[in-house]
Design a protein around this ligand. Sequence first.
Ligand code: ASP
Length: 353
Amino acid sequence: MYIFTRLNRINEVKVKLFLRSILLFAVLINVVQAQNKAEKYVLVIHGGAGTIERGRMTAEQEQAYRDKLKEALQVGYDVIKQHGSALDAVEKTVRVLEDSPLFNAGKGAVFTHDGKNELDAAVMDGKTLSAGAVAGVTTLRNPISAARAVMEKSEHVLLAREGAEAFAKEVGLAIVDPSYFYTKERWDGLQRARQQDAKKQVNHATERLGGGIQDYKFGTVGCVALDDQGNLAAGTSTGGMTNKKFGRIGDAPIIGAGTYANNESVAVSCTGWGEFYIRNVVAYDIAALMEYKNLSVKEAAETSLAKVAKGGGNGGLIALDKEGNMAMPFNTSGMYRGAVTEEGVVEVEIYKD
Ligand code: ASP
């Protein structure tokens, strides 16, 4: 009798030990899986790539950029969190950046050679592949909203200059005096660029390729978003490049070059020397590399940016795929950028390292 009870106890202890090790094993597997699981991002932004170096910025300036990027991310995240559309999130986020004088879009846009602010913007809906854009506008407070109106309220994709402005007025968008866009920093930037130009510091090959000096400050803004319906959207807004001439239009409003979104693959917004992004059809190239060659968003974004660099161009981009994987490569010393995860964790970066 005693022996039987003893044997049962031994078995009971063994079974308990066995169950405990299984439990421990399951816990360990979960921990490893959680560590390996990539974050799901729902919104990514950029505030332009260019010569952005630690030594050139005061602590206050850096803080101002970080705060504004965080504010923009939060505005977009709130839309997604409340089950809003990726398109709404993109428009609202870009408007925050357009309204800030810190970035080269809306207020704070760079000046053309003739001392004007000529703005370009585009938006694309990854669900329907519909798109809208405006180019060379001088009186529209928020070009991103005008781009969206072109997409939703006209039968066209790209409207330019006075025509775009008349349309925007007709649909009731905010019109401002061109002086609204003025900032002293950008005006001084134009004077420096003009002086360099006059001193013929632009080498002809460079000029022929890009129509500008490589070091001219960029600062375009862009946003890509993924909503809880699985829809992607992309938007880009810019003043273009300092000292641009002859009604030059960059890549931002060219669908497939600076802006693209397709639910089948990815949403992309680019920043940098626009001529190279147009020639390499960068935003669409990334989508094509993913769709036809099965590249990951990171591989595709880097491959496409390498083409820009190979041609002599520079800049960066943000890309977000339908699973919430993102990439934000750039080949300049910095790019204002940020992202927010599904859980609302906000990340903001400025410099390369
Ligand atoms: N890509 C813009 C353009 O070429 C400039 C920028 O990104 O800052 O117009």
